[in-house]
Design a protein around this ligand. Sequence first.
Ligand code: HAM
Length: 429
Amino acid sequence: MSDETEGRRRFQTVRGTNDTLPDDQPYWDWVRAAAQSVAHRFGFKRIDTPVFEETALFVRTVGEGTDIVEKEMYTFTDRGDDLLTLRPEGTAPVCRAYIQHGMHTLPQPVRAFYITPIFRYERPQSGRLRQHNQFGIEAIGDPNPEIDAEVIHVLWSLFQELGLTNLTLHVNSIGDGDCRPQFLQSLRDYYSTRLDDVCEDCHTRYEKNALRLLDCKEERCQPVIAGAPTPADSLCDECAKHFTRLRSLLELWEIPYEITPRLVRGLDYYTRTVFEVHPAVEGSQTALGAGGRYDGLIEQLGGAPTPGVGFGSGIERIIMNLREAGLTPPESLSPRTDLYIVYLGESAHGHALRLAAELRHAGISVSLPTGSRSLRAQLRSAGAAHARYALIIGDDEVAKGTAALRDLDTSEQNDVSLDAEAIGAAITA
Ligand code: HAM
């Protein structure tokens, strides 16, 4: 590109990122409000952590052999030579905060939720972005399956509250430090005779991170995955009991689920419970929310052994599903302008400006045109602004101390006194 062309180039959002325009905001307000309300109902309080952290925080927890760490992190060296990464997921930062702020001294589990941007250098496609936003919760400090069930209940309640139906909850248990090694051995034994049938990446997974073999999305690996041993085959008694109890709680709370024996998830920190929620019709990238238990994570970060469980749910994907299902935000989230002031003449303009200030101060939303425009143009703007009322002031009205208040839905028109209090009362009546 020549310097001249470059100088005139129009900028666009970076690939895989989106603008959220004013007309899209009601969907966002709706989902965020529902998420906060559900989180509060289950006792979760908001936590915010910085957008960037030390790179090592994610390498150590998400895991060296994962796609996130190997291929997807936005990592940079700052001017002080520190190696930093834009948050590629929300769990490790919350666990870092738990340790840093001595939150083990609070009543356990600590229940925290976040609504935050997440950055992953992925191949963008519908519902898969390089900057997306997650609503997530973490319950830290309780090993019991009641908490796993509660965390799943939060996610399920959010979807119910928004009216999303036709979703499938997949659950599995991938064991813990006691039984996982035995499972990984049986998985490697199985793959050792089938390496010719799987993709290049699976060869690396076989060497470095065998559990990830079950998560490969390559077509040619699917038949091998279909015959592979599952974590459930090797669960120790404690893990099996934990999983059975979780399932009975889901049944008690009438949360429908499917056991998906080869569900393993794309991050390394999980132990025991893992789960994902998918729409009924979907590709492989459309989980609406997902999570699990991570009993070793806090210890990996230098804290005392502390169990935890949580989920993350992509807000863009939720909104995509709401739109596809024809679900729209409540009207109260697209507030209308209460009053559009239309004026003709110098003196009317002065009154319009004064009234606008007084009415806005009283909490009424007001628009008024700038400059001088015809009455017809101003009334058209009032309609386009989707205002509830128009107040029409001409110099004659000013002389009489009145104005015409028109209900723009019914076209009914009445005179009101040219006084902020009277106009406010007429509008809010
Ligand atoms: P995750 O499965 O990587 O888990 O992401 C959670 C959710 O974020 C996904 O189910 C999806 O809805 C959304 N999501 C992920 N990547 C993208 C993307 N590129 N574009 C749009 N949406 C996306 C985690 O991040 C874990 N930290 C969840 C967790 C919390 N586990 C325990 N606590």
